[in-house]
Design a binder for this molecule. Structure first.
Ligand SMILES: Cc1ncc(C[n+]2csc(CCOP(=O)(O)OP(=O)(O)O)c2C)c(N)n1
Ligand SMILES: [Mg+2]
Length: 598
């Protein structure tokens, strides 16, 4: 038998379960665990500058590749509370991260000891399990269960809190005899698949709503084949963006109130049948349920039984892993295709394509200060199909989702439900850890960028290169736009005269406040400020060559006009466009389909 500290057993389990990428920062109460990591040597640890940043890094790492589970580690007290936002973001988007915290000794937990906080209770609603482990001998089992829970069913985060004496307790543990627990995977039956396909083929205008569950299941290839066999349009959700490339002829765009395309909303509204796979009918996708469901039949596939019927009652619900459901659907669809019994949906798919070629928004503006639309147009030109975008929330995220293009799964990495400001930078660093050598482009508004800006130093220290596009309107833009409804512009401006960055005659950055270039350089990164649209292409090219040269994050700051209202609405049929629509192909030169004259 092998005697070791419980912390050594925990680290050995992480390595055996494949969770070998950790982000965090030590403190006295978690030092035994750090000593176990040091002794084991099988885990790479990235030292964050803020514990919330560590949690978002772990989240980004998880989202970067199939099977990844990012680990974030902090000490007792405030480290755990700082990571709560990270747990929330992962929980809300159904992603596993393992959060490990130190804790005061067991006997001191109720004595208001220094940095003793009941993190188990605090984390409970945001995790599949939150546990303060009270016995050293329970530590292996707690970790074993954590990995099973994180992987099984609807994935999500787990928190394990380790009192310092528990970490140091000597236990018997043999890692060679340790086995990960089995993962149950519910699968649609043949009968369920037949019923779903029967309902689909009874309709005239069916669409597939493809959710993030398809990405979690690694089933994008099956989704595309299913759409192709039936010949019907696919509307990815914000979490499912990339399951079918934007330039696939059956990609009908994203529907919704904000992060959406005019053509996708029109196609969804023209549909009479929706099969949602691995999606959760998010309110930013549906608008009101009445409008969304009116005149439509719904099939909903979800791995979590209690998700069926949560937002509205579908006509048929199937509890299944998205990949297993798609396999079952494909089997039925292929057979019917071979026997010539599938309806011909080419006319309907053609209508959806026509909408994609006509209902476009204008991006080609030459204004100085710049309009954001032009920045996304230039990003489409500069960044190839292999690019991974990372973002959280803001007008930046919304306009980015409306105008950028994504060509594969895990290439749009977005804290879609929680939208915590500050997520983008640290998540991008985690994505770089998970996709070494790939092109990673983060997109932030100026305020999102200023939250957690210190994490840029982590990228500089650990040589984690990515391009961080900062669209600077010196405003809490999304909230400024939302305040129009209150006829106010109150506490949303970030503008001031910066005494250290003197007024430069003719610069559009005058009075914009924070000098992001100086801050980024001070943190060890490179940064380029762009004020004119014709300079964006050169700046993106230079950013890439700076990355090649220095292997650090490179910031490209685009100085925008202060006020741009971005399309959004309260229902799929009442999105307020604010800006101009594309009338000529030159208005939207990087649209997926060149604008066709109507
Ligand atoms: C922690 C947190 N607080 C508040 C919000 C609400 N919020 C959403 S977007 C936004 C403003 C974002 O400003 P910026 O990052 O500059 O992006 P912009 O909308 O200007 O493009 C705020 C305050 C939030 N999402 N997260
Ligand atoms: Mg802003």
């Amino acid at each position: 038998m092998t005697r070791m500290r419980a912390a050594d057993a925990a680290v050995a389990i992480l390595v055996k379960e494949g969770a070998i990428e950790a982000f965090g920062l030590p403190g006295a109460a978690i030092n035994p665990f750090y000593s176990a990591m040091r002794a084991n040597g099988g885990i790479r640890h990235t030292l964050a500058r803020h514990v919330e940043g560590a949690a978002h890094m772990a989240d980004g790492y998880t989202r970067a590749a199939d099977g990844n589970i990012g680990v974030c580690i902090g000490t007792s007290g405030p480290a755990g509370t700082d990571m709560i936002t990270g747990l929330y973001a992962a929980w809300a988007d159904s992603l596993p991260i393992l959060c490990i915290t130190g804790q005061a000794p067991v006997a001191k937990l109720h004595k208001e000891d220094f940095q003793a906080v009941d993190i188990e209770t605090i984390a409970k609603p945001l995790t599949k399990m939150a546990m303060t482990v009270m016995e050293g001998a329970q530590v292996p089992g707690a970790f074993q269960k954590a990995f099973q829970l994180m992987r099984e069913g609807r994935p999500g985060p787990v928190l394990i809190d380790l009192p310092i004496d528990v970490q140091q307790t000597e236990i018997e543990f043999d890692i060679d005899a340790y086995e990960p627990l089995p993962i149950a995977r519910p699968a649609a039956s043949r009968r369920q698949a037949e019923k779903a396909i029967d309902m689909l083929t009874a309709s005239m205008h069916p669409v597939i709503v493809a959710g993030g569950g398809i990405i979690n299941a690694g089933a994008s290839a099956q989704l595309i084949e299913f759409a192709e066999v039936l010949g019907i349009p696919v509307i990815p959700t914000l979490m499912g963006w990339g399951t079918i490339p934007d330039d696939h002829e059956l990609n009908a765009g994203m529907a919704g109130l904000q992060t959406s395309h005019r053509y996708a909303n029109a196609t969804l509204l023209a549909s009479d049948f929706v099969i949602g796979i691995g999606n959760r009918w998010a309110n930013r996708h549906t608008g009101s349920v009445d409008k969304y469901t009116e005149g439509r039949t719904f099939v909903h596939v979800d791995i979590e039984p209690t998700q069926i019927g949560r937002v509205f009652a579908p006509d048929f619900g199937i509890v299944s892993d998205a990949g297993a459901a798609l396999d079952a659907f494909l089997e039925v669809a292929r057979e019917r295709s071979m026997s010539g019994t599938l309806p011909d949906y080419s006319g309907w798919a053609g209508e959806s394509r026509d909408r994609k070629a006509t209902l476009q928004r204008k991006t080609h503006y030459d204004d100085v200060p710049m309009k954001p639309q032009r920045v996304y147009e230039e990003m489409n030109r500069a960044f190839g199909k292999d690019t991974t975008y990372v973002t959280t929330i803001g007008l930046s995220q919304i306009a980015g989702a409306q105008l950028l293009h994504v060509f594969g799964p895990r290439k749009w990495i977005n804290a879609a439900q929680a939208g915590p400001l500050g997520w983008t930078g640290p998540a991008a660093l985690g994505v770089v850890r998970g996709k070494p050598g790939e092109t990673v482009v983060a997109l932030s508004g100026d305020y999102d960028f200023q939250f957690m800006i210190e994490e840029l130093a982590v990228g500089a220290q650990h040589k984690l290169p990515y391009i961080h596009v900062v669209v600077n309107n010196s405003y809490l833009g999304l909230i400024r736009q939302a305040q129009r409804g209150f006829e106010m512009d109150f506490e949303v401006s970030l503008a001031f005269e910066n005494i250290n960055s003197p007024h430069v005659e003719g610069s559009t950055a005058n009075g914009y406040g924070v000098d992001h270039v100086k801050v980024a350089e001070g943190l060890g990164c490179r940064a380029i400020r762009v004020e004119r649209p014709e300079d964006l292409a050169a700046a993106f090219a230079e950013a890439q060559s700076l990355i090649d040269q220095y292997q650090v994050p490179v910031v490209v700051e685009a100085i925008l006009e202060r006020v741009t209202n971005i399309p959004m609405g309260t229902e799929l049929d009442n999105v307020n466009e604010f800006g101009a629509l594309a009338v000529n192909p030159e208005d939207a030169p990087t649209a997926i389909l060149s604008l066709a004259k109507v």
